[in-house]
Design a binder for this molecule. Structure first.
Ligand code: ATP
Ligand code: BTN
Length: 253
C-alpha cells in the first residue's frame, strides 16, 4: 500500500503532510522549504535518490516497503543545552512505539541507530537551520520495514528489516509522527532527564566492551550506558570518562 497523504495528515498534531513518490532527500526538502512550511510539517517519500546519513554517508533508500520521513520542528534556542541528546529521545520514542506494536528485540545504539536482532534497521539524522527566532530542526528517520536486498557497496555493515511483521506503513507512520510530535512539544519543558532511564532499557551496549572512534583516535572501554545529559559513560579500569554526542562512532570491541 502506498503512503496516503490524507491519512497521515489526520494523525498530525500540527503541520502539513507532504508525500512524494520520489525525492532527493526528505531532510533536504524540509531544509530548503523550512521558511514557508508550518511547524511540525512531515515530508515522506516512497524512495530517495540522495538519502543521507551522518557525515556525508549514504542512506540506501530504494522503492520498497521502507519508511523515509522527516519532521520540521522549531526549537527555542533558549533551551540549547538540551539539544544534543534529542536524537536519543527520537530513537527512544521509535523503539517504544515499535515495541508497543509487538516488535521484539529492538535496541538502540548511541547516538542515532535503531537495531533489530542485533543489526541496523533504522537511523536518525538531525540537521539544523538558524532562523530569526531560534532554530529549525529537521529530524530525518529511515526505517527498514521491508527491503529484500541492499547494494552492498552502500550498506557496508550488517542490516535487518521488519518484513516479518508486515506493517501497514500508513498506520505505523501515523503512530510514529503523532508520538514524535507529542514528545517534541514537551521536550523543551521536561528536558532529557525525563527520558534517560527509559533509554537505558534499549541500550545495545550496556556493560559491553566498546570502542569509540573519534577523528583523532580510538578509545576502548566498557560502556556504562548514558548519564542525565545523554553522554556516553565509558569505564576504563577505575577511570570513568563521559562523551557528548558529536563526531563519534561507537562500535563493539
Ligand atoms: P555511526 O553513526 O555510529 O558512525 P554508522 O556506521 O551506522 O554509525 P551512519 O552515518 O549512522 O553510520 O549510517 C550510515 C551507514 O548506514 C552507511 O554507511 C551504511 O553502511 C548504513 N546504511 C545505509 N543505508 C542503510 C539502510 N537502509 N539500512 C541499514 N543500514 C544502512
Ligand atoms: C544514519 O543512520 O546515519 C541516519 C540515517 C537517516 C536516514 C533518513 S531517511 C529520511 C531522512 N532523509 C535523509 O536523507 N536521511 C534521513
Amino acid at each position: 500500500m502506498k503512503l496516503n497523504q490524507a491519512q497521515i495528515q489526520s494523525a498530525l498534531i500540527c503541520g502539513q503532510a507532504l508525500v512524494f513518490d520520489e525525492i532527493d532527500s526528505t531532510n533536504e526538502y524540509l531544509l530548503k522549504h523550512h521558511q514557508e512550511l508550518e511547524n511540525g510539517s512531515v515530508c515522506l517519500a516512497e524512495m530517495q535518490t540522495a538519502g543521507r546519513g551522518r557525515r556525508g554517508r549514504t542512506w540506501y533508500s530504494p522503492e520498497s516497503k521502507n519508511l523515509y520521513f522527516s519532521i520540521l520542528w522549531h526549537y527555542p534556542t533558549s533551551d540549547a543545552a538540551n539539544l544534543p541528546p534529542l536524537s536519543l529521545v527520537i530513537s527512544l520514542i521509535i523503539a517504544e512505539s515499535l515495541t508497543a506494536e509487538k516488535v521484539e528485540d529492538i535496541q538502540i545504539k548511541w547516538p542515532n541507530d535503531i537495531y533489530y536482532h542485533g543489526k541496523k534497521m533504522g537511523g536518525i539524522l538531525i540537521e539544523t537551520q538558524a532562523t530569526r527566532s531560534g532554530l529549525d530542526l529537521v529530524i530525518g528517520i529511515g526505517l527498514n520495514l521491508g527491503m529484500a536486498k541492499v547494494d552492498e557497496t552502500v550498506v557496508t555493515q550488517a542490516w535487518s528489516d521488519l518484513s516479518q511483521y508486515q506493517f501497514d506503513r500508513n498506520k505505523l507512520v501515523c503512530r510514529l509522527a503523532f508520538e514524535l510530535q507529542k514528545n517534541l512539544k514537551i521536550y523543551p519543558l521536561v528536558g532529557f532527564s525525563h527520558y534517560a532511564e527509559r533509554w537505558q532499557a534499549f541500550d545495545i551496549f550496556r556493560n559491553k566492551p566498546v570502542k569509540l572512534i573519534t577523528e583523532a583516535n580510538e578509545i576502548h572501554g566498557i560502556s556504562q550506558g548514558i548519564n542525565e545529559k545523554g553522554e556516553l559513560i565509558l569505564k576504563k579500569g577505575e577511570n570513568i570518562q563521559y562523551f557528548g554526542i558529536g563526531e563519534i562512532s561507537l562500535r563493539a570491541d
